[in-house]
Design a protein around this ligand. Sequence first.
Ligand code: ATR
Length: 277
Amino acid sequence: MTNTRIPLAGVIGHPVAHSKSPRLHGHWLKTYGIAGHYVPMDVAPQDLETVLRTLPKAGFVGVNVTVPHKEAVMAIADQITDRATLIGAANTLIFREDGKIHADNTDGYGFMENLHSGAPDWDAKAGPALVLGAGGASRAVISALLEAGVPEIFLSNRTRVRADKLRDDFGKRVQVIDWVQAGNVVEDADLVVNTTSLGMVGNSELRVPMDGLKPSAVVTDLVYAPLKTKLLLTAEEAGCTTVDGLGMLLHQAVPGFERWFGERPVVDSATRAAALR
Ligand code: ATR
């Protein structure tokens, strides 16, 4: 008898209602005519392991993991990729046929793909990058930038000890700058990345002074609601190339979809429209 099980995947978070992933994967399933389903699952932290061990028995081939479970899944997974280990968190799980859970982190990949597609002329080796924020997203961005060959990263965070910890983990190419001094290194940066939640709908604005921005610099924001943050508007006025944060969300989803459903999806304008719907 052939195996005719319909592959199931989804996103596990708590809460999860805000997630754009079901719309995104649903769009790709429809576009490629794949018989599969992708569902949101609200799972409380104490139930995470039980749910992850049970899902494969119900036909699930894997899941995305979002806040607050990205670190916790590291202790549950049986196999972890090097990049997930380096970041200390996973966002993509593959349930293998032998019952093992394989954990990966595709955030850095998504960040880099988005940067390359939005700023094709950006050259990693051209000069320093300024990264604002030192949370989970920042770890993924820093590891991707270092791997791409960025010579130096100025890292600035409101809570300095978190930035110091990242410097300890990633090494001397990361230089910590006091939060109140961040504006002083803007003029030296060929790339500026906001990984904080500042500028997001409902949050305060990012107030790091951007007067020093070079017109040749590339500026990108991980915040995608609004799509054009104040930071990106300021950067546009300064003549910089800007890249919004929605593409990172779309690109980070590609490796999971390919592993679960067997087709490598293309990120295009229809994908963006589907995620924004
Ligand atoms: P994520 O996984 O998205 O990175 P996170 O780990 O909660 O989320 O990190 C949020 C980031 O936004 C941190 O760098 C945080 O700074 P602190 O480490 O000082 O908390 C930053 N952030 C959030 N609110 C902020 C604010 N009002 N001012 C400055 N930075 C802020």
